[in-house]
Design a protein. Structure first.
Length: 155
């Protein structure tokens, strides 16, 4: 089924909702990101559980590599990354080359959230964060962990 995360075609349909690999926070407008939380909540049954896997802002800020180049077969991939401290976003532009000819350029921008900020946003959608981890092995969240994995439930 196809759907728009700003208007999910479900009402109290799911016991569990997951969002893996930083698939949240891409909208440029914070109101749209908040709308996604509302839609997740609306699609969940009361008491349902959720998991949101997002990048850890402290880790990104500490380890961001501004530029990199890598080779894959006959392709060269150049990536440029930067932080926008005002908008709280991490940005990346990727350019792919083959035989020194540019095949295209793609950009992405993701909203960085502090743990308390994400908890507050979830709470607006009646989603309660029970635990926050820094990795899938259950390690605590700190600046040395790449992920911010939030697990919780709907009120």
């Amino acid at each position: 089924m196809r759907g728009d995360m700003l208007d999910l075609p479900f009402e109290a349909a799911f016991d569990v909702v997951t969002s893996f690999f930083t698939s949240f926070g891409y909208f440029m407008d914070d109101k749209e990101n908040a709308c996604v939380v509302e839609e997740i909540s609306r699609a969940m049954k009361p008491g349902g559980r959720f998991l949101i896997d997002h990048m850890n802002a402290a880790y990104v800020e500490k380890t961001l590599v501004p530029e990199s180049t890598r080779e894959y077969k006959e392709y060269r991939i150049d990536e440029r990354r930067w932080l926008d401290a005002v908008k709280r976003r991490v940005n990346k532009v990727t350019r792919v080359w083959r035989n020194e000819k540019s095949l295209g350029e793609w950009g992405e921008s993701v909203r960085l959230y502090e743990p308390d900020e994400l908890r507050g946003l979830l709470a607006q959608g009646r989603l309660i964060a029970d635990r926050v981890f820094g990795s899938y092995d259950g390690a605590p969240l700190d600046a040395d962990r790449p992920r911010m994995i939030v697990v919780g439930h709907k009120e």
